[in-house]
Design a protein around this ligand. Structure first.
Ligand SMILES: O=C(O)CCC(=O)C(=O)O
Length: 205
């Protein structure tokens, strides 16, 4: 394989600790390849500002093109009274090699404390959350500060990291400052041998 491959920093992803959701590699001055480690589809209500993430602006499909998605949106609105989502990012993980790297959905168009409702279908996959570098631990963790760090690390595996298994039919909600203060990811999993579809409903304000 050529040693000329070089990762290109994404201008819209200023935090070097985040993995862009899409990766662009420079082959030489004139050539680039783009790698997205899963399939994606974006749906949004008409008249909203364009979504741009990791230097990419996805085409906004209409809800009318996917009637089942409108039904699921209605069910999510019922499950979360007061919610009013107007856009959706769909991810299809075809198997355990498909993944999404560490990132946060902190694009300005979602506002400062967005609620994101995530519905999963198909293969169970692990979902990880970890604090962004420089963000303080919460008060509960602070109270445990007298305990040596080595002891705390052993107990939790990865200090300050939370893991969840997102199962078929589950609804997982991130709200408050989760996007401001935390990164999330769905890592590769050798044993995940079936397709998973994840729908993340968001509100563009
Ligand atoms: O597939 C998932 O559960 C997470 C998807 C995600 O992180 C995203 O769409 O930003």
């Amino acid at each position: 394989m050529s040693s000329k491959f070089q990762a290109v920093c994404q201008p819209t992803n200023p935090n070097p600790n985040e993995t862009p959701k899409r990766q662009i590699l420079d082959l030489d001055d004139e050539s680039q390849v783009l790698y997205v480690p899963r399939d994606t589809c974006y749906v949004a209500s008409p008249g909203l500002p364009d979504l741009v993430y990791s230097g990419h602006q996805p085409h906004a499909h209409s809800w009318d093109e996917f009637p089942p998605l409108k039904d699921i949106l209605e069910a999510v609105h019922k499950a979360l009274p007061g919610s009013c989502f107007n856009s959706l990012l769909l991810n299809r993980y075809k198997g355990g090699n498909d993944y999404v790297g560490w990132h946060s959905d902190d694009e300005k168009l979602y506002g400062s404390a967005p609620e994101i409702a995530s519905v999963s279908f198909g293969c169970d996959r692990d979902f990880f959350l970890k604090k962004k570098p420089g963000k303080k631990s919460n008060a509960k963790e602070g109270r445990n500060n007298e305990e040596p760090a080595s002891k705390r690390l052993k107990r939790s595996g990865h200090a300050g990291q939370h893991s969840f298994t997102l199962k078929h039919g589950s609804l997982f909600v991130m709200r408050g400052y989760t996007q401001r203060d935390w990164l999330h990811s769905v890592p590769k999993r050798a044993k995940a041998d079936a397709t998973r579809i994840n729908l993340t409903f968001r509100r563009i304000v």
